[in-house]
Design a binder for this molecule. Sequence first.
Ligand code: HEC
Ligand code: HEC
Ligand code: HEC
Length: 107
Amino acid sequence: MKKFFVLAIVVVVSFVLAVSAFAVPAGKTVEYAGGAAGKVVFDGKAHADKGAKCADCHQSGLFKMKKGETKATMKDMEAGKSCGGCHNGTKAFSVKEAAACGKCHKK
Ligand code: HEC
Ligand code: HEC
Ligand code: HEC
């Protein structure tokens, strides 16, 4: 019985580890075409290093936990959706700043 309990814990712990290993912050990136401004690479690790937690991006409603589910235009982001939930000049550099376009968009 005790053996079974230990095994159950091992299974749960490795499941949790596996989930976080597949999470975007664990060295994963998401690429967006980004239109004429050039492609955008979202780096999960860079964000985790800045202290961003899963809940800040997911439970907050900014992003679903599925690649390609959140479509947003720059207008949406300027209104605080998607990346603009943080990139608003308060929590991080703003999507409205001309000087910041090149921080996200690369040609
Ligand atoms: C700074 C924002 C941010 C943080 C923090 C973050 N994520 Fe994400 N996550 C994203 C974005 C952006 C996507 C892609 C969504 C899309 O394409 O619509 C994503 C996608 C995912 C996906 C789907 C991956 C796929 O291939 O479909 C999972 C699972 C996920 N995140 C889990 C997590 C977990 C677990 C954490 C915490 C350990 C976390 N994320 C933290 C922004 C974040
Ligand atoms: C925080 C990162 C970020 C910043 C800063 C940013 N963008 Fe974007 N931009 C994106 C992402 C991500 C997309 C793609 C969204 C999608 O496909 O869901 C995008 C899409 C676009 C598009 C495609 C059309 C549209 O409206 O969606 C254009 C054009 C664009 N950006 C121009 C700009 C310009 C000009 C600036 C500077 C004033 C800028 N972006 C700043 C992340 C950013
Ligand atoms: C939970 C808040 C949050 C969200 C959501 C978020 N960011 Fe960020 N991002 C930050 C913070 C904080 C920094 C670092 C502070 C700064 O440089 O102003 C940062 C830095 C960056 C950087 C520069 C660091 C690097 O080299 O990667 C890029 C590029 C970037 N974000 C792109 C994006 C894109 C694209 C999205 C949407 C897919 C996004 N971010 C969504 C908080 C966020």
